[in-house]
Design a binder for this molecule. Structure first.
Ligand SMILES: [Ca+2]
Length: 597
């Protein structure tokens, strides 16, 4: 883990390089294109350029013109400590390239004002990393609804241009410095644009009112708690692509935080792109992997959701629900603290979600009930017994909760009687995935470095047919018990990267479904239509949006572009008369149509 961190390119260095390249393009565009109000004002005043730390190459007419001073003002002063903790201040151009960076200094505060210095000529935005309370860090646990926030206003040449909220944890914000520009050229001025760097999503609704969900991992780019570095504690496999993943997200090429192209899920900008792309391809809900802070004390499954997804500008356009991961409390002997703890932790998890997330307008509901899914819960029933399972499920099955059980994931053989009892405890069932489907006779036991490992290598085409068998069994069983069925779909599976990784969490099993193709996934989607129609829920769940390390990805990847998204869209949606929305991606030169021609 330590080696891994050393290999990383420091974020600032990498983005600085991108920004330097982008600055030429942006300056060139400004000279030819419509100038912003800022540029007009600056040209009139003719003040000298004095950049803060990194200067733009002063070779163009625009960059020789004036800059104007930027000041942050805390508008709500509390107690004796008016200052906030600014960690980084980056100036971005209209294409979100970093033009220059200001290195904050606590000594630059004067009362409640912080003078940053001059704004580069072609700056459109400030990317601010800051926290409201200097002594608190990301690791400090504060419930989302109670997280103390303060407002910071940005003034350019004494004109208030934008303001942002700062929270007790250090979080990323984007502020406008040229509010009269239309940076993403979507016809909405920056000052009125919910996200002026990403064109408004043009949502395509699935036909027949279907809810097409995708599993969403919020953990990419999460940090390791300082007290865990160098320990044998396991870390989420979905943290960094430096483990050598087969796939690489397009967004990670544009906004990398390491040399493998990992993106940062705590950056709301990343989430806004996800939301746009999902909605424009008929994916109208994210099922977010989540567990309470008390069982993920590095915050990779809770703080990341709060700092990223829940701060996204387009959040309220995207339905979402929580998939509660309870297995850290019962699946590992070293963490098992008894059944009372398992039950109480599950209850506290739901209480937290209820108090902090359920009031979001886009939280997914079925009728008036809140959708809430339990991960790997069939395994709990099988390994700990039906009585313990019912204790846990009943503890959280409130009247207003639409409780969904994950009966997939683990390769236990079917047992009609046991399965009926499990299914009956829920409002609906689904499967996170059945990565072994259609090939459960192919498991092989082998030895690796003296330890047992389990291997399953089989074609993806057999997974597609295997899913049909699983759908048939589970949907019929659910119907018999008066329980809904949420049809699972799987865009591919291979955990070879984590299996072969030298990291501490090296896996002792390998499932590799070979020959994964968008056409085969499309076939799976087509075959699911009659199942969804009879399921009693009109919902399906695709694994996954960004399970990059397991090759289950709808999200645009360098290796397959929008192919899996388009496959799903072409099955579940009807093409509008004006055609599908254009697939666009952010580049250093601006937002461009994909594929590049
Ligand atoms: Ca705009």
């Amino acid at each position: 883990m330590v080696q891994d961190r050393a290999r990383r390119v420091p974020r600032r260095v990498f983005l600085g390089a991108l920004g330097a390249a982008g600055a030429y393009v942006a300056a060139d565009f400004l000279l030819k294109g419509p100038a912003s109000t800022l540029l007009k004002e600056a040209t009139v005043r003719r003040q000298p350029v004095t950049h803060t730390t990194t200067s733009v190459r002063p070779t163009t007419r625009a960059t020789r013109k004036t800059c104007q001073s930027l000041t942050f003002v805390l508008s709500e002063v509390e107690g004796e400590v008016p200052q906030a903790n600014l960690e980084s201040v980056d100036f971005l151009d209209g294409n979100t390239n970093v033009i220059s960076s200001h290195t904050p200094s606590a000594s630059s505060w004067v009362g409640r004002e912080y003078r940053v210095g001059d704004v580069p000529q072609n700056a459109r935005f400030i990317k601010l990393k800051a926290s409201a309370i200097p002594s608190q860090s990301f690791w400090y646990d504060v419930p989302f609804k109670e997280i103390r926030k303060r407002r910071i206003d940005a003034y350019v040449a004494e004109r208030k241009v934008d303001s942002a909220e700062m929270f007790a944890r250090s979080e990323l914000s984007y502020l406008r410095v040229a509010p009269d520009a239309d940076s993403d050229q979507d016809g909405i001025l920056d000052k009125n644009d919910p996200n002026p760097r990403i064109p408004e999503p043009k949502g395509i609704r699935p036909m027949n009112g279907r809810v097409v969900m995708a599993v969403y991992l919020p953990s990419w780019g999460c940090e390791i708690a300082p007290w865990l570095v160098g320990t044998s504690m396991t870390f989420p496999k979905s943290r960094t692509l430096t483990i050598g993943t087969e796939l690489h997200p397009i967004l990670g090429q544009r906004y990398p935080i390491d040399n493998a192209g990992t993106y940062n899920c705590k950056d709301p900008e990343i989430v806004d792109w996800h939301i746009k792309w999902a909605l424009e391809h008929g994916i109208n809900a994210f099922m977010i992997d989540w567990m309470p802070f008390e069982v993920n004390s590095t915050g990779e499954w809770s703080h990341t959701v709060e700092d990223g997804f829940l701060r996204a500008s387009y959040r309220d356009m995207m339905q979402f629900a929580i998939m509660h991961i309870t297995d850290p409390t019962w699946d590992y002997p070293e963490f098992f603290k008894g059944y009372e703890y398992v039950n109480a932790a599950a209850r506290r998890g739901l209480d937290y979600v209820r108090e902090n997330y359920l009031n979001c307008p886009s939280y997914l509901r079925v009728g008036k009930k809140y959708f809430y899914m339990l991960f790997r819960i069939r395994k709990y029933a099988i390994t700990h017994g039906l009585e313990k399972f019912l204790d846990l499920v009943q503890r959280i099955h409130d009247q207003d909760i639409y409780l969904v059980g994950d009966i997939g994931t683990d390769p236990y053989p079917r047992d009609r009687k046991v399965d009926e009892d499990i299914v009956s405890a829920f409002d609906a069932i689904t499967a996170y995935n059945w990565n072994w489907a259609g090939a459960s006779d192919k498991w092989e036991k082998a030895k690796r470095e003296g330890s047992d490992v389990w291997l399953l290598v089989a074609p993806y085409s057999s997974l597609v047919s295997g899913y049909r068998e699983e759908w048939a069994y589970w949907s019929e069983l659910a119907r018999d018990r008066g329980v809904g069925f949420i049809t699972p779909l799987c865009a591919g599976f291979s955990n070879r990267a984590p299996y072969e990784s030298k990291e501490a969490y090296k896996e002792d099993w390998l499932v590799e479904r070979t020959g994964r193709k968008p056409d085969l996934f499309r076939k799976m989607c087509e075959q699911s239509i009659p199942i969804i129609g009879k399921s009693g829920t009109n919902m399906c769940l695709i694994d996954g949006w960004n399970e990059i390390h397991e090759c289950s990805t709808l999200e645009p990847m360098v290796e397959h572009g929008f192919d899996y998204l388009n496959a799903a869209r072409n099955v579940f949606c009807e093409e509008p008369s004006e055609g599908w929305p254009a697939d666009v991606v952010p580049t250093q030169e601006g937002i461009r149509r994909y594929p590049f021609l």
